[in-house]
Design a protein around this ligand. Structure first.
Ligand SMILES: [Zn+2]
Ligand SMILES: [Zn+2]
Length: 250
């Protein structure tokens, strides 16, 4: 197994977090944001790619918040805008239908043309090399998780100690587990599901206690683990994101 994947997987499973796969996701996201703002942006191949793709809204936001290379960001945006302008100007030049008049009858060709231009714009907005690279890395990480679960006893112990996964990453693990032999699937899923039951019932209790703390009779009782249960519940339900940061709201 390649160390570039086993080391981060081991580190994610050794660090305290709600979902180690979210941790791997955010590490690779940060790495690729830095990659696109680093020396790669002067490489012709990278620029040919980003001229075409730009980035998705979420990753444009991360690029904007990064202070690494404002000039580089400007250069990427400038040549991407030129590419978009060139591409869409040609399409939009054909978008305006002739007016129907005395000598020209009605022609509804423009309707399908407008839909196809809109589809083309949507497909360009959806392009993002950071998303593509993260998806690729996540595939490798998940393969490594399954490989180490079978072949590395110390990792298997860490995996068994892992309290929970967010729902999107639980689905990711189940999808990958469907490729296992029946016996391997039995080993893997018995650990995964027992962790799910215990962590979910704990979370439900914590969120309930959060709501009960608003009852004046409970004001002086301790919070226990409930204080950040709102954020933990959101992370569990939809995966980690910056907006669920406990620092934002107590
Ligand atoms: Zn997750
Ligand atoms: Zn993206």
């Amino acid at each position: 197994m390649e160390k570039i994947y086993t080391i981060p997987v081991n580190e994610a499973y050794s660090s305290p977090c709600d979902c180690p796969i979210c941790k791997l996701h955010s590490l690779s996201e940060q790495k690729y944001i830095e990659y696109y703002l680093g020396p790669s942006l002067m490489e012709p191949d990278t620029r040919i790619l980003t001229n075409k793709t730009g980035f998705c809204q979420h990753h444009f936001g991360m690029l904007n918040k990064s202070d690494i290379n404002r000039l580089g960001l400007g250069l990427i945006l400038h040549t991407h805008l030129l590419n978009i302008n060139d591409d869409l100007s040609k399409d939009l030049a054909t978008a305006v239908p002739d007016k129907a008049g005395l000598f020209k009858g009605k022609n509804s060709d423009y309707k399908s043309k407008l839909i196809s231009i809109a589809d083309h714009i949507d497909s360009r907005v959806d392009m993002c090399p950071v998303c593509d690279k993260i998806n690729d890395s996540m595939k490798h990480y998940v393969e490594v998780i399954f490989w180490m679960f079978k072949h590395d006893d110390s990792f298997k112990a860490k995996f068994a100690d892992t309290k929970s996964y967010c729902l999107p990453h639980l689905a990711l693990l189940l999808r990958e587990a469907s490729k296992l032999s029946q016996n391997d699937a039995a080993d893997f899923l018995s650990v995964l599901t027992s962790n799910f039951y215990s962590s979910t019932s704990e979370l439900i209790k914590d969120v309930e206690w959060f709501t009960l703390k608003f009852d004046y009779r409970n004001t002086d009782k301790p919070w226990g683990n409930s204080k950040n249960s709102i954020q933990r519940a959101m992370r569990f339900l939809s995966g980690d994101c910056k907006e669920f940061d406990e620092q934002g709201k107590k």
